[in-house]
Design a protein around this ligand. Structure first.
Ligand code: 6PG
Length: 249
């Protein structure tokens, strides 16, 4: 695990764009394509807006979602819609490389249909792809993607239908599960703002492993790496030894 502490959301977003571009270049040169899973929420918005200016081989990029809210794709709450408006409409990505969740279906149906989409990119013996990069956020309550505190995680399926109330966001969702996240090559968590500070300190405390209440702790890729890109406000409650160990961006 690696933690980068950046001055503010803008600096963090710039670093995340650089990470995205480097990770895409490496995947494309090694495997001919770049498989990335996006999240929704406020934090990635500025990174998304910077992506059209980044040197990325878009024709070789395949975009998926770590989670989606079950609303029509033109609803302001749609994670797909957010990415489409912020950058997908502005880059040369082939339409068939955008693999959205069928969020207008019933959640259980949408979840099944997304598992099928994933199986089309499976890296055997897995029945889903090994993502080159997964972008995750973290809620004030420690949720990530749509893995919420207290909700059961069926570890056997690659996707799950979930119902969870968080802030004023749509409650019915589809999420990828830890088995998919933990097979990824690279994961970045983007975390910004003071409201996340206390939870971030609890999530990163190795002596406090409580994944049922802090689902972000379920993310620990077996053959990959996790980078936490956080801003100074979000890092404000990390113990000093942790802040000293990791570079300030
Ligand atoms: C979603 C997200 C979710 C998000 C966190 C953080 O669809 O709601 O994927 O997991 O990443 O809630 O959201 P913020 O960036 O808005 O704090």
């Amino acid at each position: 695990m690696n933690i980068q502490i950046h001055k503010n959301l803008e600096a963090l977003s710039r670093a995340a764009v650089e990470f995205f571009a480097a990770s895409a270049a490496q995947a494309i040169s090694e495997r001919g394509r770049f498989l990335v899973a996006l999240s929704g929420g406020k934090t990635p918005q500025s990174m998304f807006q910077m992506l059209p200016d980044a040197p990325v081989g878009w024709p070789r990029v395949h975009v998926f979602w770590a989670d989606e809210r079950c609303v029509p794709s033109d609803d302001p709450g749609s994670n797909y819609g957010q990415a489409r408006r912020a950058f997908l409409d502005k880059v040369k990505i082939p339409e068939e490389n955008v693999h959205r969740v069928q969020s207008d279906l019933e959640p259980a149906e949408a979840s099944k249909s997304y598992a099928l989409t994933l199986s089309g990119f499976a890296e055997p013996p897995l029945e889903f792809p090994r993502f080159d990069l997964v972008l995750l956020g973290m809620g004030d309550d420690g949720h990530t993607a749509s893995l919420f505190p207290g909700s059961e995680v069926d570890a056997s399926t690659p996707t799950l239908a979930v119902t969870a109330q968080y802030q004023d966001r749509p409650a019915n969702r589809v999420t990828l599960t830890p088995k998919v996240f933990n097979a990824a090559r690279q994961i970045i968590f983007l975390v910004s703002g003071e409201s996340k500070a206390e939870t971030l300190a609890r999530v990163l405390d190795d002596e406090n492993y409580q994944p049922e209440t802090l689902p972000a702790q379920r993310i620990h890729p077996l053959g990959g790496a996790v980078t936490w890109m956080v801003d100074e406000d979000a890092a404000s409650k990390l113990p000093r030894r942790m802040k000293q160990k990791f570079c300030e961006g």
